[in-house]
Design a protein around this ligand. Structure first.
Ligand code: ZN
Length: 312
């Protein structure tokens, strides 16, 4: 999802979107023939996968117009992702500590469903033109287009082994991303442990902190927009949440192996323009009025593309 961005700015924002990360080494699983390296044996992808509860993913045929999300392919990676949306603000608000005081309220953007992650039925109002909200597009894009070439199958927690997250018929695990509306501060926007779907595989997304952060930064600005797309308001929030989803997903697909303390862990430097940068840059341009620009990346770097590991 290449949006050309040759802008390189220095860090103007000291906040950390860093994750608590640990390195661990695990032996390779003895795995059957797996041409696409997604951890699901070819033999299974050639007959289809039936999840707990009965949803079946037949083998892809390659026919024109085939819905790739409804089939599995032994030749290109498939990843099952459980996206757990919030169910409303915490009944008992957490105690915020240190500098991590609430910088906004817990008041979900989409009040009727008490979550901030848009649904697939939601649409961007301008970018891309009135398209459905589909966060995984950035992961599914080809390497050439800045993506990872992985097909994401969004499922629910009850469709895999409830304790291991294993997909029926294989030891390969689904990833689980959980939305939290904890509004303590705007420093840490995501939390995950570096690894693969099988070694760590879970992450938390603090979507309310994104909303609060954008509203805080934009409060006194005459204009507040994303640099490449020009998006403002609701779409700007959509973009940042989309970026967070695919960034945290990256941490549990073994991207950015190097722990770099000055980048807050296994991240690329802010301003690199890549999804695994420590955090998107926001820049206030003062004049007779202040305009605020956000630089929200939509590509994985070549290094990240080669770091990808779904099954170790
Ligand atoms: Zn991160």
């Amino acid at each position: 999802m290449r949006r050309t961005n040759d802008v390189k700015f220095t860090l103007v924002f000291g906040l950390l979107a860093l994750a608590a990360l640990t390195f661990a080494s695990f032996p390779n699983q003895a795995i059957a023939q797996d041409a696409d390296g997604d951890g699901i044996p070819d033999s299974l992808e050639k007959v289809g996968i039936t999840l707990v509860g009965g949803q079946k993913f037949l083998p892809c045929t390659g026919a024109q117009g085939e819905n790739r999300h409804k089939c599995v392919d032994w030749q290109t990676p498939d990843l099952f992702v459980i996206l757990v949306r919030a169910t409303g603000c915490p009944g008992t608000p957490p105690t915020c500590s240190g500098s991590n005081v609430p910088l906004g309220s817990c008041a979900p953007l989409f009040n009727t469903r008490k979550t901030n992650i848009p649904l697939a039925s939601d649409t961007w109002t301008t970018y891309p033109t009135n398209a459905a909200y589909y966060p995984w597009a950035l992961v599914e894009a080809s390497n050439q287009n800045g993506g990872l070439g992985i097909t994401i199958h969004e499922i629910t927690a009850s469709q895999v082994n409830s304790s291991t997250r294993a997909i029926p018929g294989t030891s390969q695990k689904a990833v689980r991303l959980t939305e939290s509306l904890n509004a303590c501060g705007t420093d840490q926007l995501g939390s995950s442990t570096w690894g693969t779907p099988n070694t760590t595989g879970t992450a938390t997304l603090y979507t309310q902190r994104i909303i609060n952060k954008i509203e805080q930064e934009c409060k006194n600005a005459s204009t507040c927009s994303e640099d490449i797309t020009g998006e403002t308001g609701l779409n700007l929030k959509y973009l940042y949440i989309q970026n967070l989803l695919v960034h945290e997903l990256g941490h549990v697909m073994a991207l950015t192996k190097l722990w770099t303390p000055e980048y807050g862990g296994p991240h690329e430097v802010s301003g690199s323009g890549y999804i695994m940068e420590q955090k998107p840059i926001v820049k206030a341009i003062s004049g007779s009025s202040t305009s605020v620009k956000w630089y929200i990346s939509s590509d994985y770097s070549g290094q990240c593309q080669s770091d990808l590991d779904l099954f170790k």
